[in-house]
Design a binder for this molecule. Structure first.
Ligand code: ADP
Ligand code: MG
Length: 579
């Protein structure tokens, strides 16, 4: 059996780690970096690229690129890339496939098994879609692990420390999770989770974009439709502006032209860091609600938390840290890089599965992050009304767990009952998520009120088994609920896998070269006419050499291009390292 890798499949960035010599090690991608942007692109020749190259492609050709698709995991939404439709799980599987290849290159061996993390707040469909993405990428998915659990595992193993109550505050690019857990004698018990699946660092970037457009007197809605290239470029600038605002009192940001090009003559806007908290007030406010809810569910006051751990790149923002500090009256802990900590924890979980001796003292328990139940009728005087929700397993119950509830027939001689299984917190089922149904047949004739026991078993992998038992006869019916991502049968799964097989994958080892090409193409639009000619020629020569089998010729063209870029004050990032 090969090694099991731990994967943080993020909205913005994905990472892969292995457990080695008693600690997790992050694996570099084809560009030598540990963060791979979760972005997929289709090149002009139809081949697929993942990561920075795809991100770079997106600035000039957004219609060829998809990002942030984790937000749509488990839904029917289709994203169109270069005229072809992809589901969110297919796109995720392409990211996972790239990680798998890079891991295999880094380790020098085949990698077939993985632990993949998901936000604690992901529902059944989203978890099942993630598992499927892993399988489509060729992994045997050993465990779907909650991201905050992974973060706590990393802190627990790497930083030691006795028994305590932890709160993990994880703000990534597009999701927000709060988890309260207890560490006791090496055992992790999750007490409560809460969060928002549509809130993250990207919202702060969007805020900077809106801020610049407002200063320029432009309307977002119009730009979005009429000038997508300008918006794509501005987003890239806003991303780095947001980071600088965290450490500098004021910054300057340029507004690209309508066609997305950028040079010195473009207007520049000054943004004050002190103004950001006011503009971000609504976003910051939204961070407080899940905090309060998780504490309430765990029956703890803020003062009952011994330690707050930060995870997710967006927690590097000082305003977010300030909010945490204010809420808990203490310094949050972020000694481990917040954007790497989840992947590290996933690798520890992988080691737990592989029974690595270094982690044998750790035991892990988890909770069901949402309530699971069935639809029932309610009696109001002489009227019966359908559509009510009877919880069977309550939110934040420690799993694995099995619970039983009883329902009854509502009419005399009723022979059959359809059990509707839901997930959610609302009193009425229509506001909850329908997971599926289970038919109970052969109820013996008799008066209404025949009892049927409904038993839910929920395991550590998020598999829900529902069993219905007719009390009078003992006859049982059961169904398994997690693997059926909406409308996806075995056949459809096979078709999806075949479709992905047909896609040509751009060779990962050549991505670095592609990245240089895309980078240089972008710079062309930013330099003066005179310089442009020299750069154009260097790019042409390089692109020709890319298809050349003569290695020496290629190296010469490459170093010439790097030189030209560096003379134009646009050095290629990482160029000194690899040239
Ligand atoms: P995800 O888990 O969603 O993939 P990450 O944990 O990688 O996300 O965090 C990505 C987010 O963190 C992005 O929105 C990025 O802008 C933000 N981020 C990373 N570093 C910084 C920083 N220094 N300052 C502000 N935001 C940052
Ligand atoms: Mg994350």
């Amino acid at each position: 059996m090969g090694r099991i890798v731990g994967i943080d499949l993020g909205t913005t960035n994905s990472l892969c780690a292995v457990f080695e010599d008693g600690s997790p090690r992050l694996l570099p991608n084809a560009l030598g970096e540990v963060l791979t942007p979760s972005v997929v692109g289709v090149l002009e020749d139809g081949s697929v690229v993942v990561g920075k190259v795809a991100q770079e492609l997106g600035v000039r050709a957004p219609e060829r690129v998809a990002a942030s698709f984790k937000r749509w995991m488990g839904t029917d939404r289709e994203l169109v890339l270069a005229g072809r439709g992809f589901s969110p799980q297919e796109l995720s599987s392409l990211v996972l496939r790239a990680l798998k290849r890079d891991a295999e290159t880094a380790l020098g061996e085949e990698v077939t098994e993985a632990v993949i993390t998901v936000p604690a707040y992901f529902n059944e469909h989203q978890r099942a879609a993630t598992r499927m993405a892993g399988e489509l990428a060729g992994f045997r998915v050993r465990r779907i692990l909650n991201e905050p659990t992974a973060a706590a595992l990393a802190y627990g193993l790497l930083e030691g420390g006795g028994n305590r109550s932890l709160l993990v505050f994880d703000l990534g690019g597009g999701t927000f999770d709060v988890t309260v857990m207890e560490v006791f004698e090496g055992t992790f018990e999750i007490r409560a989770t809460a969060g928002e699946s549509q809130l993250g660092g990207e919202d702060f970037t969007a805020l900077v974009v809106a801020w610049v457009l407002e200063q320029a007197g432009l309307h977002y809605e119009r730009i979005e439709v009429a000038e997508p290239l300008r918006l794509a470029r501005l987003r890239l600038l806003a991303e780095s502006a947001k980071r600088r605002l965290g450490v500098e009192p004021e910054i300057e940001i340029a507004l690209p032209r309508a066609d997305g090009t950028l040079d010195e003559s473009c207007p520049r806007h000054r943004l004050l860091a002190s103004e950001l908290p006011r503009r971000a007030e609504r976003l910051l406010e939204r961070l407080r609600l899940p905090l309060a809810r998780a504490l309430r569910d765990a029956r703890l006051a803020a003062s009952g938390i011994d330690e707050v751990l930060l995870a997710g790149g967006a927690t590097r923002m000082p305003w977010v840290q300030e909010l945490v500090r204010e809420h808990f009256g203490r310094e949050p802990r972020c000694t481990l890089d917040p954007d790497l900590v989840v992947a590290r924890g996933a690798a520890i979980q992988a080691a737990l599965i592989a029974s690595d001796a270094a982690v044998e003292d750790l035991v892990l328990t988890d909770v069901c992050p949402f309530t699971l139940g069935v639809e029932v009728m309610k009696q109001f005087g002489s009227v019966q009304r359908a559509g009510y929700y009877l919880p069977v397993i309550h939110r934040n119950t420690t799993i694995p767990v099995a619970k039983e509830q009883f329902v009854a027939t509502v009419e005399p001689n009723q022979r059959q009952v359809t059990v509707h299984v839901y997930q959610g917190e609302s009193r009425r089922v229509e506001e909850n998520l329908l997971l599926g149904t289970l038919e109970v047949r052969g109820i013996p004739p008799g008066p209404s009120g025949q009892s049927i026991a409904i038993r839910f078993s929920y395991d550590i992998n998020g598999l829900l088994e529902v069993e219905a038992r007719i009390e009078r006869t003992g006859q049982k019916f059961s169904a398994l609920f997690t693997q059926n991502v909406k409308n996806l049968s075995k056949d459809e799964l096979a078709r999806a896998a075949a479709k992905l097989q047909r896609l040509k994958f751009f060779p990962r080892e050549d991505e670095r070269n592609q990245h240089l090409l895309r980078f240089a193409e972008r710079v062309v639009g930013q330099v003066g006419t005179f310089q442009r000619t020299a750069l154009d020629e260097a790019i042409d020569a390089y692109e020709t050499a890319l298809h050349d089998t003569d290695r020496a010729h290629f190296e010469a063209a490459r170093s010439h291009l790097l030189q030209v870029l560096s003379h134009l004050d646009h050095p290629f990032p990482g160029a000194t390292r690899d040239s």
